[in-house]
Design a protein around this ligand. Structure first.
Ligand code: NAD
Ligand code: WQD
Length: 338
């Protein structure tokens, strides 16, 4: 019996693969390495003393999926594979719909052909668009996404809801992540963005290590306590345990579930910079600039359904998130490249 993890060499995938291997599950990974390094999984093997089976292949490749399902007794699929850059999705919408939507359709089709019917999908708080109020519960309105990335996540959720109605034997959980940050406490695996980071925490850590000069804080006139944007940052190791909890509860409750994975606490950009300064014992240069188009003031979760349905809650503090990000950054100044 094995769990198939698509996108398992990536940031959240590699931490989840590690956590699965640590508890004794067998893991098969499919990843096309379009946004990851094979080294992440070598390090997972080094940390756990166990080796996942790895296929360097695309989820759009039906033949590769057929081989995987034929050669392994897969019971569950965790589907991380996809493209995730908001700005890139605006310039390359077809690539985003192809990878994120068609990729999921092909995978579901091949799961069905192979008789595998337990599926966990990486969704995102982005499906809530610009929230009418916070905290966001799973009943909050979705829609109003402002970029193809966000729309692709919403489309897949809708496809999964329809598919579940037609195929009641399937067990499907959509996990809506808030803002993943942090790294494994060993400092051996972490987030390794290509080029200049778009996201706040990788940007701050590259300023701390001296690769970038100054953090541009996008807006200080939001209706938030200090005027900067507020988000629900969640440690990637908490996300990993959230996936294990979802796997364990896949046969309980409704056949189709949608669950937030967040901490329930919102922090501002300035809170993050200050927490990082404490962790890295260094000053982070920053300057206020205009708001970033498409950004929202606040986004944080009501995480109570995850506790009720999965018995899971996030345990890492903001200081621990920044400590582990810094530990990863300082030990791997160039990420997985030497
Ligand atoms: P990531 O880019 O590090 O991981 C995605 C992995 O999928 C990469 O290893 C990439 O090489 C692989 N991949 C992409 N397209 C593929 C394809 N067609 N076939 C096979 N492999 C493919 O991203 P991540 O941060 O680990 O995110 C994982 C998932 O979680 C994504 O679906 C993302 O949209 C979602 N998500 C991420 C965040 C975030 O901020 N990191 C927030 C919410 C949701
Ligand atoms: C966080 C806060 C910015 C960079 C994005 C996606 C979302 C999800 C997670 C996948 C905001 C501010 C940022 C910078 C800044 N991904 N900021 N200077 O925008 O909440 O979410 O990643 O599903 O879909 O949209 O994350 O880290 O980019 O920004 O001031 O250089 O930091 O304005 O308030 P975001 P982020």
């Amino acid at each position: 019996m094995a769990i198939l993890v698509t996108g398992g060499a990536g940031y959240i995938g590699s931490h989840t693969v590690l956590t699965l291997l640590e508890r004794g599950d067998d893991v098969v990974v499919i990843d096309n390495l379009s946004n990851a390094s094979r080294t992440s999984l070598d390090r997972v093997a080094e940390l756990t003393g166990r080796v996942p089976t790895v296929y360097i292949a695309d989820v759009l490749d039906r033949q590769a999926l057929k081989i995987i399902f034929a050669d392994h007794n897969i019971t569950d699929v965790i589907h991380f594979a996809g493209l995730k850059s908001v700005s890139e999705s605006i310039n390359e919408p077809l690539a985003y719909y192809q990878n994120n939507v068609t990729g999921t359709l092909v995978l579901l089709d091949e799961m069905q052909a192979a008789g595998v019917n337990r599926f966990i999908f990486s969704s995102s708080a982005t499906v809530y668009g610009d929230p009418q109020s916070v905290p966001l519960s799973e009943h909050s309105r979705t829609g109003g996404t402002t970029n193809p990335y966000g729309t692709s996540k919403l489309m897949v959720e809708q496809i999964l809801a329809d598919f579940s109605r037609a195929q009641p034997d399937f067990r499907i959980t959509c996990l809506r992540y808030f803002n993943p940050v942090g790294a494994h406490p060993s400092g051996r695996i972490g987030e390794d963005p290509n080029g200049i980071p778009n996201n706040l925490v990788p940007y701050i850590s590259q300023v701390a290590i001296g690769k970038l000069e100054t953090v541009s804080v996008y807006g200080n006139d939001y209706p938030t306590p200090d005027g900067t944007g507020v988000r629900d940052y969640i440690h990637v190791m908490d996300l990993a345990t959230g996936h294990l909890a979802a796997l364990d509860c896949q046969n309980k409750g409704a056949a189709y579930k949608v669950i937030n994975l967040g901490t329930g606490v919102g922090y501002s950009v300035i809170n993050l910079i200050e927490a990082f300064e404490k962790a890295a014992q260094t000053k982070i240069n920053y300057q206020f600039v205009n708001r970033r188009p498409g950004d929202i003031a606040e986004c944080w979760s009501d995480p109570s359904l995850a506790y009720k349905e999965l018995g899971w809650k996030a345990v890492y503090t903001l200081d621990e998130m920044m400590r582990d990000t810094w530990n990863w950054q300082k030990n791997n100044p160039n990420g997985y490249s030497i």
